[in-house]
Design a protein around this ligand. Sequence first.
Ligand code: PEP
Ligand code: MN
Length: 359
Amino acid sequence: MNIEPLHNWITKPNEPLIIAGPCGAETQEQVLQTAKELAQNESIKLFRAGIWKPRTRPNAFEGVGERGLEWLTIVQKQYGLKTTVEVANAQHTELALKHGVDVLWIGARTTGNPFSVQEIADVVKGVDIPVFIKNPIHADVQLWLGAIERFSNSGITKLAAIHRGFHYAGKTKYRNKPMWELAIELKTILPDLPIICDPSHICGNRELIPHVAQKALDLGMNGLMIESHINPDLALSDAQQQLTPDALKEILNTLIYRQSFSKNPECLDKLSQFRKMIDEVDDELINVLKKRMSVIEQIGIYKKEQDLTIFQLERWQEILRSRSQWAEKLGIPRAHTEKICQLLHEESIRIQTEIMNKK
Ligand code: PEP
Ligand code: MN
């Protein structure tokens, strides 16, 4: 896939792309005042504003529509900020292109719908416009990848993914669970694709934003999209998660921006020493795993001879409980040990099933 780095067209090398602006454009005054304050912060390169808002229930604020695009033209001219809006169908896209929006973004609900994505990809075919693709609501990396591929197939090369967290039915302090591992999975599949984190929609409240933004930077993500409104409490959508431009400035100033690599020979040498140590430990770990698998095979053969079932509930509960306890004494978190035990147990069941099925 042909993907241009962000520094080809919007940032400097190694500089994170900071996108800020209100969840939704509400009035000309709100848009211009927010843009004016944000423009004073040099690190902000792109001004976001939702023009068409996907809302759960009808009659909620659904965005101001086309007239908001005219306000964004003033933002470009008056404050020198590039602009980005969410497009969810062909008509939105045509209007955004007509009004000279600089970057299009695909919202989480749209990414999950290949028909809509294709419809938008068809409109931008042959147009040199950057497109950012938010992850779908569901924890499905293939769906995310598929949407990116549709734009790439339309000839779009200024591509980036936006990580905005995933719907999670269980208990979580986030509005959308980050599931960082899925963003890492996407990066592993498309190493050249910049990934921008959207802490606002992950958190759903302002308090958690600094922590999530820092974690994104620590993981080497390429930028942040954060919602900012001149009067967050009065915002017509996502009021709890929006920050005043001043509060956003404060957060951006306290974040630590790390480099993904070092050129310092001393540092490189030290890193390679640590990596050698890790290699040795992993080698030991794999040998231990092999040893465990051999015992699993022996027990499988024995259970088959004795006509015993593979799965023994009490034994499994005992393994889970005791291993977590042993590990916890060494300072290894219980949840981590439980995950490893689950994986070991799954593999053990698979090996023993294979043995049982052998003629
Ligand atoms: C938004 O950015 O305001 C938005 C609607 O986000 P998402 O598509 O991530 O829900
Ligand atoms: Mn929003």
